[in-house]
Design a protein around this ligand. Structure first.
Ligand code: K1U
Ligand code: ZN
Length: 171
């Protein structure tokens, strides 16, 4: 098992727009295995490659509940279609956002996602509920966006002040 270091906000690398994957190499397969170890250990329900310092368009997700068998899904070069309305969603958190900060966001009700799996085969899924929220969150990471980019300016400035204060204290 290999755990990867998670980049933490305000690391500017989290704001990078990621590049498409050209070829699914053994290195990428190893990256996915290590990302899965890191996500399950955290624990998390999703993880995007840029969060572990690989700036490529790839994320993983496991939207199953605790009592269900795990179901790791890998999305390479995903293309996202947002469906339905923007609706109040569940509280989001992020493994790259410190202080276990969580916020209520609005997200689209459903998504259609087309991507490649680890074997390079194209697949398409229509997702709603929790899975649709996770996919929107992870897809944002590939475009250099964090969920805190969607909160109000007041909440964001309060959060940024807290982060700055803590970083100053740590020296
Ligand atoms: O991308 C990430 O930082 C992972 C993040 C994904 C996410 C969480 C909530 C809403 C949308 C996307 C997390 O997994 S944070 C941890 C978390 O929320 C959680 C962990 C275990 C069980 C249930 C939720
Ligand atoms: Zn995140």
């Amino acid at each position: 098992m290999a755990l990867l270091e998670l980049l933490q906000y305000p690391d500017p690398r989290l704001a990078q727009v990621c590049a498409p994957v050209d070829v699914i190499t053994d290195e990428i397969k190893m990256l996915v295995a290590n990302m899965a170890d890191t996500m399950y250990e955290a624990p998390g329900v999703g993880l995007a490659a840029p969060q572990v310092g690989s700036f490529i368009r790839l994320f993983i997700m496991d939207a199953t509940f605790k009592d269900e068998p795990p179901n790791l899904q890998v999305f390479i070069n995903p293309q996202l279609e947002l469906l339905g309305e923007l609706v109040p969603s569940l509280q989001e958190g992020c493994l790259s956002v410190p202080h276990n900060y969580r916020a209520d966001l609005k997200r689209y009700e459903a998504v259609k996602i087309r991507a490649l799996n680890l074997e390079g085969q194209e697949f398409e899924l229509e997702l709603d509920d929790f899975a649709a929220v996770i996919v929107q969150h992870e897809y944002d990471h590939l475009d250099g966006k964090l969920f805190i980019d969607h909160i109000s300016r007041l909440r964001r400035s309060l959060f940024d002040s807290k982060v700055k204060k803590c970083l100053k204290r740590q020296g």
